[in-house]
Design a protein around this ligand. Structure first.
Ligand SMILES: [Zn+2]
Length: 400
């Protein structure tokens, strides 16, 4: 039923213009061809809209040179001219807080990181992050009133409706804390919270290995194993936000007991602690996961084998995922992705062996562009995306 002129030519033009602007807000710098691909609008329509936006001073052209991209990029990209607007990203790790500010052209203007026992001291972590936001804004010379939103990353499952942490075992000091409203009060700006694997997926979608991809799975392999699923250019969150918990895929019903309460989960055989236990003592000491990664790359046989076997097991779980969502690409991030082919080669072989042929043969398995900064950049991308959604809603609900 028509309302507000819905279906008329001018309504359609307005809607298409908002879609183009929405993509620019989300992606920062982007080519005309990519705008057409993402919006589904014809190249001619995009060309006309872009020309109008350039003439009215809303858009300008910039030289290619995307941070973190590999290989050849198109020569001319488009970006929004209004770089006075900014977003804030906050990354809570188990033992650190990271904070960054970016303009809506997706340029990271300042970032800081400090070590802190975040898992056990939630209030202190929130206060520290609040202070650091003030510091990065001052450093980037961005006024607080220009900040249109903040994205917050949590290293565990997130209840987005309640704005709370969804697991007592992963972040013991955070149980029941309403992170969303606490931070909204402290920062006086809209905030969104998200788990680490989903943020890794957003970082790769916005700046990294998922840039030209509408359907991909980001798999974080570190202390835990989780996935962020991007379908049609959007994160798939599921009914209660647990979509992508592949770390708790059952591989062996009679296997070892997992901390989640089930048996034989992928994490019981391929997570950081499982690999550390499997490797055992190296020169009389229990090695850290970082050390195992270094040794595996250097060819130390036990470390190499432990990580290769983990890659194989993770591949079994990913094969199931591929049968369900048929992604174009699997982007592998997290600390273990630093081992490159040590992890990726057996993972590819295992996917090929266990997934249906049609899903496996078109699939690329590639390392993530970001490892240490994935969650921080992802929290910026989350803020950019949510701000874009809010603006589109305010402008008449034109999101595709
Ligand atoms: Zn489990």
């Amino acid at each position: 039923m028509a309302k507000n002129g819905e279906g008329t030519l001018s309504w359609l033009r307005h809607r298409n213009r908002e879609r183009v602007l929405g993509v620019l807000r989300e992606r920062g710098r982007i080519s005309q061809a990519d705008i057409a691909r993402i919006t589904g609008l014809s190249r001619t329509t995009v060309h006309t809209l872009v020309s109008e936006l350039k003439d009215s001073g809303v858009l300008h052209e910039v030289e290619a040179g995307v941070p973190g991209s590999r290989g050849g990029r198109p020569a001319v990209l488009l970006m929004l001219r209004d770089s006075s607007l900014a977003v804030v990203g906050i990354d809570f790790g188990h033992s650190h807080v990271g904070v960054a500010v970016a303009d809506i052209g997706h340029n990271v203007l300042a970032e800081r990181r400090c070590d802190l026992d975040v898992s056990h001291h939630a209030e202190k972590a929130l206060d520290t992050a609040t202070r650091m936001v003030g510091e990065v804004l001052a450093e980037a010379q961005v006024e607080r009133k220009s900040v249109i939103g903040a994205g917050i990353g949590i290293p565990g499952p997130v209840d987005r409706v309640q704005g709370t942490v969804g697991s007592a075992t992963i972040l013991p000091g955070w149980l029941g804390l309403r992170i969303g409203s606490e931070m909204q009060d402290r920062l006086a700006m809209p905030v969104e919270i998200e788990n680490d694997a989903n943020l890794g997926a957003l970082a790769e979608l916005t700046w990294g290995a998922g840039r030209e991809c509408s359907n991909f799975a980001y798999v974080k392999v570190a202390t835990g194993i989780g996935a962020g699923l991007v379908i049609g250019g959007k994160l798939l969150r599921g009914a209660s936000g647990t979509a992508g918990e592949i770390g708790h895929t059952t591989l062996d019903e009679a296997g070892a007991l997992c901390y989640c309460g089930n048996r034989g989960c992928l994490e019981t055989v391929a997570s950081g602690p499982a690999i550390i236990e499997l490797v055992g003592l190296i020169n009389g000491e229990v090695p850290t996961l970082s050390r195992i990664v270094e040794l595996a790359v250097a060819g130390e046989l036990r470390c190499h084998r432990a990580i290769a076997d983990a890659g194989h097991e993770i591949g079994v779980a990913i094969a199931g995922l591929c049968n369900l969502i048929n992604p174009e690409r699997v982007v592998v991030g997290g600390l273990l992705s630093r081992t490159g082919e040590v992890l990726l080669h057996p993972m590819r072989e295992s996917i090929r062996r266990h997934a249906v042929q049609a899903a496996a043969e078109t699939l690329e398995v590639v390392p993530a562009v970001f490892v240490e900064r994935a969650e921080l950049l992802g929290s910026l991308a989350l803020a950019l995306q949510s701000s874009s959604d809010r603006m589109a809603t305010a402008n008449g609900g034109a999101r595709p």
